[in-house]
Design a binder for this molecule. Structure first.
Ligand SMILES: Cc1cc2nc3c(=O)[nH]c(=O)nc-3n(C[C@H](O)[C@H](O)[C@H](O)COP(=O)(O)OP(=O)(O)OC[C@H]3O[C@@H](n4cnc5c(N)ncnc54)[C@H](O)[C@@H]3O)c2cc1C
Length: 277
């Protein structure tokens, strides 16, 4: 890992971006610093601290809930607004993944900026239909799902927007780990909306496959228009078993992960129907 020779306290987004532009690949923004301490590009010699840029906030706005990129998992877990959003799945999990000392440091911007394949925050935000607001001398907003496909270096993640449209849907997250503090061998997040007993919308995301977070619109099609019934989820499990791309790494074989895909859908069914399988 390269040696850090300069730690720059940016005072605004404009200031941070100008510094990053000047230094190129020799600079990196600091979120909580958790990942930067463990692993970073050896070219990096300057860290740009964003803690004085006013990015640590959770705010209810007209279009939904904005989470500033410097907001930690602990703050997210304590937010009443996020606790009421989509059944509170994001708030609950933000208070349970990793270790409590780490949750005090890990920021939502850092989680997205690094986006490890096994990360839990990013796939859950994708399932919730989150948008990401970026700054590179101008502001723009795009779906998080699109951003992680085509990440651009040097761009500052300003905040994440949880859209109002999804506030009444039900969020779900299941992660297979050996201990609570372990990272996911398979991660499954979902957002399901239903009217009466009929499913009207669904986002389904698998991560830690061991590949990165991926949305599966074909799995959504299996659910939409169908009743919240055992038959619906049994069909989803069958299709997901064949469709979700899983592979082997040092943590688990592809065959093992394929069985976990099926188990993940059983947990989704229990969560959505309230009936234990
Ligand atoms: C032991 C351990 C266990 C963990 N377990 C889990 C787990 O089970 N589930 C889980 O989801 N996470 C887990 N994590 C957290 C995860 O691994 C990352 O550490 C975390 O996501 C990084 O957050 P950070 O704020 O510290 O980022 P940093 O280390 O500060 O930054 C990470 C990257 O993002 C960039 N970045 C930071 N902020 C911005 C910004 N605003 N705009 C643009 N780029 C930015 C940085 O330049 C860097 O490249 C764990 C971490 C550790 C150390």
């Amino acid at each position: 890992m390269g040696r850090i020779t300069d730690y720059y306290h940016a005072v605004s987004l404009e200031d941070a971006f100008a510094k990053a532009k000047q230094l190129g690949s020799a600079a990196a923004y600091v979120g909580g610093g958790v990942e930067l301490v463990l692993r970073r590009n050896p070219e990096v010699t300057t860290l740009i601290d964003l803690s004085r840029c006013g990015l640590d906030y959770v705010a209810a706005v007209g279009e939904g809930i904005e989470i500033g990129s410097q907001t930690t998992l602990t703050t997210i877990s304590h937010s009443a607004d996020i606790g009421h959003y989509a059944g509170g799945s994001l708030a609950w999990w933000a208070g349970h993944i990793a270790h409590n000392n780490l949750r005090d440091m890990i920021t939502v911007g850092g989680a997205i900026g690094r986006n490890q394949p096994w990360n839990d925050v990013v796939p859950h935000l994708v399932a919730l239909g989150a948008q990401v607001r970026l700054f590179d001398d101008a502001e723009r907003i795009m779906p998080l799902a699109a951003y992680i496909e085509a990440k651009q270096s040097g761009v500052i993640i300003k905040n994440v927007l949880l859209p109002t449209d999804n506030a009444g849907s039900r969020g779900f997250l299941w992660r297979f780990t050996r201990t609570q503090q372990d990272i996911s061998t398979l991660h499954f997040s979902a957002l399901v909306r239903f009217e009466g007993n009929i499913i009207t919308a669904a986002n389904l995301v698998f991560a830690g496959r061991p590949g990165h977070a991926a949305l599966y619109p074909r799995l959504s099609e299996v659910l939409i228009g169908k009743p919240l019934s055992h038959e619906t989820f049994a069909r989803l499990a069958e299709v997901a078993y064949d469709l979700v791309e899983v592979g082997t790494d040092f943590r688990a074989t592809g065959e093992y992960r394929r069985e976990l895909v099926r188990a993940a859908v059983v947990y989704l069914e229990e969560h959505m129907t309230g009936v234990a399988q």
